[in-house]
Write a protein that binds this ligand. Sequence first.
Ligand code: HSE
Length: 432
Amino acid sequence: MVYRIGILGMGTVGTGTVEILLNPQGRHPLLTEISIKSVGVRSLTKARKVLLPPGTITTNLEAIVTDPDIDIVVELLGGLEPSRSLILQAIASGKHVVTANKAVIARYGDEIYTAANQGNVYVLIEGSVGGGIPVIEPLKRSLVANRIESVIGIINGTTNYILTQMSSAGAQFASVLSQAQALGYAEADPSADVDGFDAADKIAILSSLAFNLRVKRAEIFTEGISSIDTVDINYALKLGFVIKLLAIAQLINPDKPNQLQVRVHPTLVPKDHPLASINGVYNAILIQGDPIGQVMFYGPGAGSGPTASAVVADIMNIVGVLKSNGKTEILDPLLSCSHQDYCDLMSIEELNTRFYVRFLTQDLPGVIGEIGTCFGRHHVSLESIVQIGFQDNLAEIVVITHNVKEGNFRQALKEIEAKPQIKNIPTVLRVL
Ligand code: HSE
């Protein structure tokens, strides 16, 4: 039996996908039962890295998603439209869908999965988070017996590369970003990566699967890395931390399973934490569950081959179901996605966390005392407070708090900021 697929998009991931599909030797024999019927592209004249089977290439993407001969549509265009509409059209035409499009799934997952469940088709998305790292299927299957307590990820390779370079080479953000763009790691418009939006898309997907709830992407607290200074990276190192862009989803109260804290922000990570050693463009996702404890998934978070590895695995999973059943009138509940309720996302003001703050103040007696007293009035207890250096005749004071409620901390900070001795508060970061 041959199962026919239609691929939308022949960019980096599309090319990697075709390369695997056309070279089954030494891989699972099921691959030989998959045939590329059509490949949809924007331009027919663009030079391609792989030789496509004759007669497969077309610019008519709609014809692919409605083609009665195609069993599985593989959406690898990226971006919101026309990807969303083509996925919905494919579902309406009875096709199973494989996509690596985190932006579409994070924003339109409810619409897409409602349609998929009504149409009895699968929409598989392993390539959408962590590139080649298996994390979606493990959450759906291998870890399904656990109560998930938290998912903490370094799930954006570009920002991890930038922070790693800033830390190891002492270079400033802007110059490392240009270098990352020259190397092809960062996009020409790096906003989705450096502002944390890409990581927010990915944690929306992971938290939805981990906690069996829908997550409103727009409500995820998101802070990027563009204001991180090497000064802070160096102070953090001296204090025993590295700075990482973390995407975090946590169940705070097991008695309120619908209430989640989901956020993306740069974070001071203790040097001995498993995520502290994830460097360069690599990604890692640390999942804590009951009874498994902690399990970490690590690997290449992007790129042609790694992401294609995830995409082709999804195609093969669907082919496996089709081959064993011949039909999918009842969807496998562990392969599909049937949760419907939205989670209640807690506001960042309610977060309990430690903070790192750097103040620039006049170098006068009593300033450290004033800062400590003001924090104390707002129930912010301090773990350490040190005058660590000088900058332009101003004292540089670095504070690490104990676990505090973010709302209380922010109120104290506002009061401290208004004091005449305080010239500036250049950096406020959360500590894991
Ligand atoms: N731009 C992403 C990253 C890769 O830097 O991790 C694709 O998800």
